[in-house]
Ligand binder design. Structure first.
Ligand code: AMP
Length: 201
């Protein structure tokens, strides 16, 4: 019998704060039929449950700073050990720096895996700020006031944009226009996934 082993997709989604990556991440995970791993969501859950990790993370998140790698990297490494990741996963919000990308590369390489595709949702900064302020009203997130939002955007440009270049240099980066409705943006992402050779699962 010919082996027809299905490749476990490892996809990463990037976008400035408010680019709508959380929503699109859920759709991508559904499309690929893989778990979605969101570091931001894991931190928020821990903050809600008032765990030690949550308390430590909140010191940084509330200021719009990154949680230190000494906390974030092992947390992700542990999550990647779970059996549900064997069939692939969608990473949302990790890695966010070139250093984290290197850590992830090494963690995956030890299992003979690598990132297949990096989708970056590209947005207009002022429209995104308006979107985030609206979300702040609904969700009461501590990191959604205007000053913190602007700081998070600056951090994205300084720390995460260079990481997009790191993946572009490996021909893994696909940029998607993030302006428009959720469905319009999703249609572009779905096309990018199909173009990259991923089928709906
Ligand atoms: P997100 O939900 O992805 O926007 O993440 C919310 C916040 O969690 C970020 O602004 C950071 O403070 C923190 N965070 C999420 N992912 C990471 C990461 N990979 N490295 C460091 N901090 C992170």
């Amino acid at each position: 019998m010919i082996a027809t082993e299905k490749k476990a997709p490892l996809v990463l989604i990037l976008g400035a704060p408010g680019a709508g990556k959380g929503t699109q991440a859920e759709r991508i995970a559904q499309f690929l039929n893989v778990p979605s791993i969101s570091t931001g969501a894991i931190f928020r859950q821990n903050i809600k449950e008032e765990t030690e990790l949550g308390k430590r993370a909140n010191e940084f998140i509330s200021k719009g700073e990154f949680v230190p790698d000494s906390v974030t990297n092992p947390m992700v490494a542990a999550r990647l050990e779970a059996p549900d990741v064997d069939n692939g996963c969608l990473l949302d919000g990790y890695p966010r720096t070139v250093e984290q990308a290197h850590y992830l590369r090494d963690a995956l390489a030890s299992k003979g895996k690598e990132i297949d595709l990096v989708l970056e949702i590209v947005t207009n900064q002022e429209e995104v700020i308006a979107r985030l302020l609206k979300r702040a009203e609904i969700e009461h997130r501590a990191d959604d006031n205007e000053e913190v939002i602007r700081h998070r955007m600056e951090v994205y440009r300084e720390m995460t944009e260079p990481m997009a270049t790191y993946y572009a240099d490996q021909d893994k980066l696909v940029q998607v226009d993030g302006m428009g409705t959720i469905d319009e943006v999703w249609a572009r992402i779905e096309k990018a996934l199909l173009d990259a050779g991923f089928a709906r699962n």
